[in-house]
Design a protein around this ligand. Structure first.
Ligand code: IVH
Length: 668
């Protein structure tokens, strides 16, 4: 294929994939299988890798994010991001209607919408392409989270024409659907990590994660409800939102026009209950005057528009009895309290347990056993206890005191300054911690041991065959074969996979050790910087914290890990079994410190190296490859076709631009 044929093929695939993405995530009407979608995406990926000159940040392949840590630049909102005034009763809405009627003398309509409970975001489109995504921040300026936003499938990267203004802004809410929130929490529970409190906080936390590949994994969703710009197609807000849907935005199908306040009140009655069936969190209804001309006439107060108001639902609340409190210990030793309740029906489901999160919450509620407690399902999928009826408390009732000792191994619990959770410090002797750590060790992203899972680990531990991850490498076929549900075949599979794991690179072995706060990315940074386990183990807190992107918290946790004799013994034993505890030769070749302390952003397309190769070269030479431009960026490594907004930004900040050849000279 010649270059122009390749270019057309790439464009055709991009358009086709964007269309399937729209059908799946916006319309909810997929027309091809996931498998076929993945095949086409792979084909596009391969073509783009072979032909880097056609790179496009808004290609469907960019939705997987990148594991380059980014710093967020603060940007000023062109239109301030205000909030809405709230109301809690129908009377307040009738008052709102009278106020509006005094100010508008001509006939007008309202629009009623669901009030989504997530993290608000503002998207700026130029010439049909996503240019920037900014969080609300303080309303005046927010964080530029474009790289993260690109991973959210309900955000179109390129618009479907025709008819969109050449430049406009659209605002909406980023949400974590309940089902996804549940799945993430199940995985966290399994990994012994503290659970996320609710979908809203998780969504806004995810939006600000430094690693966009991690954001992609959170499977965020979004609804868009507010267009801003000079040349919107129509005067009606409702009508404009219908256009936005055609351009590719996910909009709510439950938005409705109402002729008068009675129709508004009817809409509210209808949704007060029905909202419990929605896949995402809502906390009210928003009522807006439809005509943008009239909206402009009504204007804003200092805090909110005069043309809109929010009606907040009261969270459904029931009372029941607190029967007991139990405590769960996770892989990291974090102890989570759970309230056991007399079963009660709440928002369509029977509630038996409620999360209590931590000791402070128990203390603040002043909980006693057999208390009558109020349980609410707000934004949270896991119900929570919001209050206690102290008047009904028995005089002899026993106060809930957070346990002092581990429920599994009786070791005295500890709480570090500034942390909400209590931990069991008996890392090497506490069964759920031991099992949790081995489960982490064998997991896919760590040592990826085939044939071993939670149940087998439980079994092997129960039989006294393993007490730590190193013991796995001592296992013999004859020990595994007689165990329940296992046999000759499983034994061979497990042993083969353990043997193969000896080739797994150092950075993954380091991650597999399960050091608190040392995730995949941190493990990679440490491995690349310090080359082998001995150098890491011999470092001081200060030395570790001095490494770019390694904070004090990570450094302290790593040092504390290596201070424990049991951990050092496990490492020695794993090493004697042949696991990789240093970088391999390929990674060591060509290393230098020539770029230490420099943050470099790569932009455009290059002749000699692919962007991925350049990224590796930066890291190998001690530099940091950043994903967005800020004052702290040292250089822009610029190829051809650098986007105009990026060019403007580096020029404004006075960041020097270097060519591929300049860069190669720097690391020569
Ligand atoms: S319109 C000038 N419509 O609620 C404000 N906001 O408390 C215009 N929200 O900042 C916002 N659903 O984050 C609007 N259908 C909806 C909404 C909505 C949720 C959020 C948004 C806003 C906050 C106001």
């Amino acid at each position: 294929m010649d270059k122009s044929a390749i270019k057309s093929k790439i464009e055709a695939l991009r358009n086709e994939l964007a269309e399937h993405n729209y059908k799946y995530y916006v319309l909810n009407q997929p027309s091809i299988s996931d498998y076929d979608f993945d095949m086409k995406l792979k084909e596009l990926e391969a073509l783009e890798n072979e032909n880097p000159e056609f790179f496009d940040p808004n290609s469907p392949t960019q939705r997987v994010g990148s594991d380059i840590n980014q710093e967020f630049e603060q940007v000023k909102h062109e239109y301030r991001m205000l909030s809405l005034s709230n109301s809690y009763s129908k009377e307040e809405l009738v008052d709102f209607d009278s106020r509006i009627r005094k100010l508008i003398t001509e006939p007008f309509e309202y629009v009623c919408e669901l009030k989504f409970d997530g993290a608000s975001i503002s998207l700026i489109y130029e010439n049909g392409e996503l240019d920037r995504a900014v969080t609300r921040g303080d309303g005046e300026k927010g964080d530029d989270v474009t790289t993260n936003a690109r991973t959210i499938k309900s955000i179109p990267l390129k618009l479907k024409g025709p008819g969109y203004p050449s430049k406009f802004e659209i605002r909406g809410e980023i949400l974590l659907p309940f089902a996804t929130f549940d799945e993430l929490n199940k995985a966290r529970e399994k990994a012994g990590e503290p659970l996320y409190a609710n979908p809203r906080n998780t969504a806004s936390g995810s939006l600000k994660m430094q690693n966009s590949a991690e954001v992609a994994k959170r499977r965020l969703d979004g609804y868009f409800y507010y267009l801003l710009g000079e040349n919107l197609p129509e005067d009606g807000h409702f009508e404009n939102i219908q256009h936005a849907k055609k351009w590719g935005f996910k909009t709510s199908e439950h938005t409705q026009k109402c002729k008068n306040i009675d129709e508004v009140l009817e809409y509210i009655d209808n949704w007060d209950e029905k909202r419990n069936d929605l896949p995402v969190a809502t906390d009210g209804i928003v009522i807006k005057v439809n005509s943008i001309r009239l909206q402009n006439n009504l204007g804003f107060t200092a805090k909110s528009p005069r043309w809109a108001i929010a009606y907040k639902f009261s969270a459904e609340r029931v009372s029941t009895i607190l029967e007991s409190v139990s405590y769960q210990v996770g892989r990291t030793g974090a102890v989570t309290p759970v309230a056991n309740l007399t079963p009660v029906l709440l928002a369509g489901t029977t509630v038996k347990r409620a999360s209590l999160h931590n000791a402070d919450i128990i203390e603040n509620l002043n909980l006693h056993i057999n208390d009558e407690v109020y349980v609410e399902k707000g934004g949270e999928i896991i119900p929570k206890i919001v209050g206690v009826d102290e008047s009904k408390r028995h005089p002899m009732a026993i106060k809930v005191d957070f346990i002092k000792n581990c429920p599994e191994c009786e070791t005295k619990l500890v709480r570090q300054e500034g942390e909400a959770a209590f931990y069991c410090p008996n890392e090497s002797g506490c069964p759920p911690q031991i099992k949790g750590r081995i489960e982490h060790f064998i997991s896919r992203k760590a040592m990826n041991i085939d044939g071993l899972g939670q149940e087998t680990i439980e079994l092997l531990h129960h039989e006294g065959l393993i007490k730590n991850s190193a013991d796995l490498y001592e296992l013999k076929a004859e020990q595994i074969i007689p165990l329940e549900r296992l046999g000759e075949k499983s034994a061979q599979r497990i042993l083969k996979s353990l043997e193969e794991s000896k080739q797994i690179p150092f950075e993954r072995v380091l991650y597999a050790l399960g050091i608190r706060f040392v995730g995949e990315t941190v493990a990679k940074i440490l491995a690349n910087k310090l080359i082998n386990i001995d150098q890491i183990m011999n470092s001081t807190i200060e030395e570790l914290a001095d490494i770019n992107e390694i904070g004090g918290k990570i450094a302290e946790s790593a040092i504390a890990f290596f201070e424990q004799e049991a951990n050092v013994q496990i490492i020695e034993s794993l090493r004697s079994h042949g696991l990789q505890f240093e970088l391999d030769e390929g990674s060591l070749e060509g290393r230098s410190e020539k770029l230490t302390g420099l943050s470099i952003i790569i932009s455009g397309t290059f002749e000699k190296f692919s962007r991925d190769e350049l990224k590796k070269l930066i890291e190998k030479n001690g530099g940091k490859n950043v994903g967005s431009i800020s004052k702290k960026t040292s250089y822009m490594l610029a190829g051809s076709n650098v986007g105009p907004s990026k060019l403007e930004k580096v020029q404004k900040l006075g960041i020097p631009m270097i060519s591929e050849d300049d860069f190669l000279k720097m690391i020569e």
